[in-house]
Design a protein around this ligand. Structure first.
Ligand code: AR6
Length: 183
């Protein structure tokens, strides 16, 4: 099965192969959005399609957002209570990219915690249309989640990868960390 988890104290970080819009056991999913919070391609296209037009009616009131900012709406027709919309950095344009990508994950996690959300699913932010190389983006995503999760009341963070290739990159990062843990 294409699923891997690591325990961070009493909390869990999972890496799964799948679709971000099909995570019914998760309270909040993250939308890798555009600044205007309009339905786009990739993750944001899929999320808006499944959530229905009410999602844009609701998100447009919160736009525009800045790079790394996170805002929250209901999930409407999605199986999730909330959608957290964020704007990752465009690789080669928004600098310093690594700091901005890290801050994007931090802001989503902090916003989820503020809403008492116990489970959150992320896509691989910025690694599609925004062009961030997945090797470096995966390290930043996992390291940031590992650092931030213990500071919150969130129990579960899931990273949902859409292709087997992307899943294997993230799995490799998690496997390295697993080996580094004392048994
Ligand atoms: N579930 C999980 N992951 C997905 C899905 C899905 N349904 N669809 C694509 N991915 P992207 P970005 C993967 O382009 O790079 C949008 O149009 C995809 O393979 O969605 O942050 C927005 O409106 C890739 O690895 O987001 C913005 O304008 C990752 O999710 C812009 O694109 C992110 O791909 C944001 O670009």
């Amino acid at each position: 099965m294409n699923r891997k988890s690591i325990k961070l104290g009493s909390k869990l970080l999972e890496i799964v192969l799948g679709d971000i819009t099909n995570q019914p056991d998760i309270e909040a999913i993250v939308n890798s959005a555009n600044r205007d919070l309009k339905p786009g391609g990739g993750v944001s296209g899929a999320i808006h399609k499944k959530a229905g037009p009410q999602l844009y009616e609701s998100s447009k009131k919160l736009a525009p957002i800045k790079v790394s900012q996170a805002v929250i709406t209901e999930g409407f027709n999605l199986p999730n209570k909330y959608v957290i919309h964020t704007l990752g950095p465009v690789f080669g344009v928004d600098k310093p990219e690594s700091e901005l990508l890290k801050q994007t994950y931090i802001n989503c996690i902090q916003l989820a915690d503020k809403y008492n959300i116990k489970s959150i699913a992320f896509p691989s932010i910025s690694t599609g249309i925004f062009g961030y190389p997945i090797e470096s983006a995966s390290h930043i995503a996992i390291k940031t989640i590992e650092t931030e999760l213990p500071k919150t009341k969130i129990d579960l963070v899931r990273i949902v990868l859409y292709t087997l290739e992307d899943y294997k990159v993230y799995e490799g990062v998690v496997a390295q960390k697993d080996r580094a843990l004392p048994s």
